[in-house]
Design a protein around this ligand. Structure first.
Ligand SMILES: Cc1ncc(COP(=O)(O)O)c(C=O)c1O
Length: 480
């Protein structure tokens, strides 16, 4: 067993525990405690509330003989969890470095994995405890596979750092991240405010499950801003936002909404899948909970299903509990794929951004296109808000076509070579889908005559993408 701390009076060695907690952060922490307490005797140390952190270690008083800290009563699990959930790489590779640099190292901990750069893929349900005492007190970081693994921690820590939050919980899909967040906060008899532009399955969740649980829902105009104050009721429990809407791209005035919500002491939840933490930071703008479909840009390769919920400190306990109560557990492979994907998030996004803008600017000049809906274009109605609150734009936007028949649209889309027709986005490949948000609008009306198409611009060469669409528009014209 390695000695992890030593001075002339005290020696600390780990007691049969996984090496992951004997990292530099743990050593530093123990050192700080001992330093603070010096010249307190070891017996005083036992009474100190922080002694719970020392529980997994054998502390040997060099002068007074061995003392097993594991015999101390009065453990404080919440503090322990807080300590244990801290990122393992918090030291040398975080700090003030640029987010693009930190992305390469966050969540990774080679020292604890024999020097391997990537955190290994941990699969498993059973985790063994070395002693009865450890089992009863649950004083080891990992207790049961569903409740976390080093692979899950690596991704959770990374997303927490990216979002500047307190804690992140991973779920099996983006939609489950939405549902766990909502269910954690609503209570029967309560009321929630939901953006009218919300991702449609979240609306279904509201209309079915939440209504069945006795929750009242008011859909609001995504442009409402501070006007949200007029919709707040005595029983309002949260405001849910998605900015921009992932089909119709309304940008919400999040700071204004958060200010109102704060004055009523209710949280604002944000689906930040489009902006990603590189281009949008909802917690800095006053939100309490940030949701991601990690399925999209975090993973980036269309091969994983994953969700994340990042919270401020105030909401971390309730989200953590509900996440546990609902048995949420992401697939280990999906977590590993997402960890791999997140390292290249900044370079992929730069390319998605540049290519999508170029395609949007090209499309706006096409005679077949009535309008382009892209928040980073000056002609977008919310462009000023986007400029104020976002640092960039991603690869997803929509267009409205001049009136076309189904046959003509079919001829265009069916014959596309590079653009696939698929519901997801955020991967390396380009996609297109037709959509009609009108039936899912209740607070606002979707008023356009033409057919709407949503594009995801992938990482292909832009000229090739233009050529593919150009040929598509020719087929559209020939079949009109
Ligand atoms: C904005 C948004 N949020 C959440 C989700 C749900 O993610 P998942 O498909 O991983 O459940 C999606 C999926 O398309 C989405 O577009």
């Amino acid at each position: 067993m390695a000695v992890i701390w030593e001075n002339s009076k005290t020696l600390i060695i780990p007691v049969g525990l996984d090496r992951h907690i004997i990292n530099s952060k743990a050593q530093n922490f123990i050192w700080q405690i001992l330093h603070l307490l010096r010249p307190a005797k070891l017996t005083d140390l036992h009474r100190e509330k922080h002694s719970c952190y020392l529980r997994p270690f054998l502390v040997v008083g060099q002068e007074h003989g061995p003392t097993h800290i594991a015999s101390i009563n009065g453990i404080c699990p919440s503090e322990r969890d807080q300590f244990m959930s801290q990122s393992s790489n918090g030291g040398k590779k975080s700090g003030k470095k640029n987010i693009k640099t930190r992305l390469m190292h966050m969540g990774s901990d080679p020292d604890n994995f024999h020097g391997f750069v990537n955190t290994p893929l941990f699969r498993g349900s059973t985790i063994l405890y070395p002693t009865l005492d450890t089992y009863l007190s649950r004083t080891q970081k990992y207790t049961y596979g569903r409740r976390g693994t080093p692979t899950i921690s690596a991704l959770e820590d990374s997303i927490t750092e990216l979002e500047g939050g307190h804690h992140t919980a991973l779920t099996s899909s983006g939609l489950s991240a939405c549902s766990v967040s909502l269910l954690a906060i609503v209570k029967s008899g309560g009321h929630i405010l939901m953006t009218d532009s919300v991702y449609q399955p979240v609306r279904s969740l509201c209309e079915r499950l939440l209504k069945r649980l006795g929750v009242e829902i008011t859909y609001y105009d995504p442009h409402i801003g501070s006007g949200i104050s007029e919709l707040i009721q005595e029983n309002t429990q949260l405001v849910y936002t998605e900015s921009p809407g992932s089909l119709t791209f309304e940008i919400q005035d999040l700071p204004a909404i958060c200010e109102v919500a704060k004055s009523h002491d209710i949280p604002v939840l944000v689906d930040n899948t489009w902006g990603t933490p590189l281009y949008y930071n909802p917690l800095k703008l006053g939100a309490s909970v940030v949701i991601h479909a990690g399925t999209k840009y975090f993973s980036g390769h269309s091969d994983a299903n994953l969700g994340s919920i990042t919270t401020t400190e105030s909401y971390s306990k309730i989200i953590r509990q509900t996440h546990g109560d609902m048995g949420q557990c992401p697939g280990p492979e999906d977590v590993t794929l997402c960890l791999r994907g997140i390292r290249t998030l900044s370079v992929r996004l730069e390319r998605h951004q540049a290519s999508a803008l170029e395609m949007a600017n090209w499309l706006v000049d096409r005679p077949e296109v009535a309008s382009v809906i892209h928040p980073a274009r000056k002609d977008h109605p919310d462009h000023a808000l986007w400029q104020r609150d976002f640092n960039g734009s991603s690869g997803l936007f929509s267009i409205i076509l001049h009136d076309v028949s189904d046959t003509a649209l079919g001829a265009m889309l069916d014959g596309l070579d590079l653009f696939g027709m698929g519901a997801s986005w955020g991967g390396y490949e380009s996609l297109v889908i037709p959509f009609n948000p009108a039936p899912n609008r209740t607070a606002t009306a979707w008023k356009t005559d033409g057919r709407a198409l949503r594009f995801h611009i992938g990482l292909e060469d832009v000229e090739d993408l233009k050529n593919d669409l150009d040929a598509g528009f020719t087929r559209l014209g020939a079949n009109s």
